[in-house]
Design a protein around this ligand. Structure first.
Ligand code: NAD
Length: 314
């Protein structure tokens, strides 16, 4: 007889700034029943588990512990936030060499546990490490998802909301491409409170330039935050929780993630950020936006930069 599991379980690999913020956010939002924390620094994982457990009297029931890779075998989702982060002045692509080695061992250990769920990757450079996770794991690509431009899209919607004095939840806008310096805004599909942005800026000659500056602030947000406080973590942690909920709740939500493109947007064999429909099976479908000519060219450039960076490794 099949034994039905009614629990939902996340295994989190990497309990640094991003991982521990994600764990805290999961606990606050009551998303899963079980959370296992794994880190090469076992003391850190144990410390985080204790600290989080002490919040349980104020939240919904949940089992949280510091574990080992064997605990991944029945996890619904393995979230990877382990690895080096950007030092001031470093780009995300500068991290590839260090983090790809770490990923080979992490993904190998997770798969050796018998894991058969969905990977969610946030470590940078996230597009390339999502591709690496897909290759190293042998899982179907719909079950290996990178956080991609989910955070950049959130930053974009927040700043547009501020600029037009509209709740960011009523701003529809996407950042696509590399989660990094070559990402791009899709102005052709941006709407503010249901009105196309082209209508909002009509007869306002100062606006196009201001909006270009707004995008630069989105693109360079991580550099600005890292210079000020050393790392960024709350925004991405909440983005990862949003993805966890979309998966476990079988939501069919459209979110900008890093996913394998083979033909969509004219791109082949690459993980890159685009909108996709997410549900209990992972990526249900990629949303192919009809891009303006300059947007399509920028996306192609972004893909070329990623391909060049990953070429020595695959
Ligand atoms: P951090 O240094 O605070 O934490 C990294 C953790 O990984 C540490 O606890 C470390 O012990 C652990 N670790 C290292 N090697 C490991 C291994 N082999 N196995 C298990 N654990 C290991 O870094 P952070 O600020 O939490 O950032 C983590 C990653 O997330 C970085 O690559 C960073 O660039 C990335 N990040 C991504 C986004 C995004 O939008 N995708 C946003 C912010 C940060």
């Amino acid at each position: 007889m099949i034994q039905l599991r009614s629990t939902t379980k996340v295994a989190l690999i990497g309990t640094g700034f991003v991982g521990s913020s994600y764990a805290f956010s999961l606990l606050n939002q009551g998303v899963v029943n079980e959370l296992v924390l794994i880190d090469v620094n076992k003391e850190k994982a144990q410390g985080e588990a204790s600290d989080l457990n002490h919040g349980l009297p104020f939240s919904s029931a949940m089992k949280i512990w510091a574990g080992t890779y064997q605990d991944c075998h029945d996890a619904d989702i393995v979230v990877i936030t382990a690895g080096a982060n950007q030092a001031p002045g470093e780009t995300r692509l500068d991290l590839i060499d260090k983090n790809i080695k770490i990923f080979k061992s992490i993904v190998g250990e997770v798969m050796a546990s018998g894991f058969d769920g969905i990977f969610l990757v946030a470590t940078n450079p996230v597009d390339i490490l999502s591709y690496a996770t897909w290759k190293f794991s042998g899982l179907p690509s719909e079950r290996v998802i990178g956080s991609g431009t989910i955070l950049d899209t959130a930053r974009f919607r927040y700043l547009l909301g501020q600029y037009f004095s509209i709740d960011p939840r009523n701003v529809h806008a996407y950042i696509i491409g590399e989660h990094g310096d070559t990402e791009l805004p899709v102005w052709s599909h941006t709407s503010i409170g249901s009105r196309p942005i082209q209508k909002c800026i009509k007869n306002k000659p100062e606006m196009p330039q201001e909006l270009d500056r707004l995008f630069i602030n989105v693109r360079d947000a991580a550099y600005q935050i890292i210079n000020r406080k050393g790392a960024t973590y709350y925004g991405i942690a909440m983005g990862l929780v949003r993805l966890t909920k979309a998966i476990l709740g079988d939501e069919n939500s459209v979110l900008t993630v890093s996913t394998l493109l083979n033909g969509y947007y004219g791109l082949q064999d690459i993980y890159i950020g685009v909108p996709a429909i997410i549900n209990r099976n992972g990526i249900r479908e990629i949303v192919e936006l009809e891009l303006a000519e300059d947007e399509a060219a920028k996306l192609q450039h972004s893909a070329n930069v990623l391909k060049q960076a990953m070429q020595p490794y695959f």
